[in-house]
Design a protein around this ligand. Structure first.
Ligand code: NAP
Length: 260
């Protein structure tokens, strides 16, 4: 990317491996000054090359104020596909401020031959669809789903999360496993074998880092209760880091910035 007189100021909404990869690329691109924004949900986020701000903005109004105050020209939303609140706030804040928006969104996983998926619109719907008789269930739904799991406390859950948590009293048969992806199919298949897992709870996150559990479930013939992605409003979207860099070069070169 060519140098401009003033750097292009970007706010990168992160919390994903894509955001971390994009941060590396933006940090090494001349003429760009990027701040990475994290929600602060993980105790030890991977440290990257960019300045980081942490914590919510205070809704749409707070984000719009931040964009104006920091002279942000481009907001890149590389949050997780299930971070719908943040993504919809970003759409509303750019509509208010006139800042450009680009979303980096990994494609959803698609059911393939050998997959036994039951798809659900929400975590609550997936829990409601579990059998009455106690099952041994692997949950990759994250810590925010613990309250929902309490609606079906008879099951034995193996819950994988990034940071240590204590299962709530409403989940008497829960085993917590802490681990950070990327995961390997053979490891997840071995994990399912070790706990004699009968079905899997997953969000359709897409990407490769967490796909191992889907492949492992396929190998072992396990049902996957798959949560569909939440609705996010229309916005310019790319699927990869390379596409994001191309989009930035096309829309925010010095010529484009000056409106030539
Ligand atoms: P969410 O429900 O969409 O967002 C809730 C609130 O958290 C937002 O309104 C915003 O607060 C704040 N927030 C979220 N992402 C932020 C960011 N990158 N920087 C600053 N504030 C942020 O989000 P979530 O599902 O809880 O996810 C939180 C973070 O974890 C995101 O960064 C996401 O990329 C990451 N993550 C989420 C999942 C998942 O399954 N949901 C999985 C992996 C990683 P204000 O309204 O106050 O601005």
């Amino acid at each position: 990317m060519a140098m401009s007189e003033r750097p292009l100021r970007i706010l990168l909404l992160g919390g994903t491996s894509e955001a971390a990869q994009l941060a590396e690329r933006l940090a090494s691109t001349p003429g760009i000054a990027t701040t990475l924004s994290l929600a602060g949900r993980t105790a030890h986020p991977a440290v990257g090359p960019l300045p980081v701000r942490t914590g919510g903005f205070g809704g749409i109004i707070g984000l719009a104020e931040y964009l104006r105050r920091e002279n942000i020209a481009l907001l890149i939303d590389a949050t997780h596909p299930f971070a719908a609140q943040m993504s919809n706030n970003a759409i509303a804040a750019v509509a208010e401020t006139g800042v450009s928006l680009l979303a980096v969104e990994r494609p959803a996983w698609i059911k393939t031959i050998g997959d036994d998926w039951e798809e659900h619109a929400s975590i609550e719907a997936a829990i409601a669809a579990l059998p009455e008789t106690p099952q041994r269930i692997f949950s990759a739904l994250g810590r925010s789903s613990l309250a929902a799991l309490c609606a079906a406390p008879q099951h034995r859950y193996v819950i994988r999360v990034i940071d240590p948590i204590t299962p709530p009293p409403g989940l008497p048969y829960a085993t917590i496993i802490t681990a950070r992806g990327p995961f390997r199919t053979e490891d997840d298949a071995a994990l399912f074998g070790a706990y004699d897992i009968q079905c899997v709870l997953a969000k359709n996150s897409g990407g490769s880092a967490a796909y191992a559990k889907i492949e492992a479930a396929r190998q072992r013939g396990l049902k996957v209760h798959m949560i569909r992605r939440p609705m996010i409003g229309a916005r310019p979207t790319v699927a990869t880091i390379d596409e994001a860099m191309d989009w930035i070069a096309a829309h925010h070169s010095p010529r484009a910035e000056r409106g030539v």
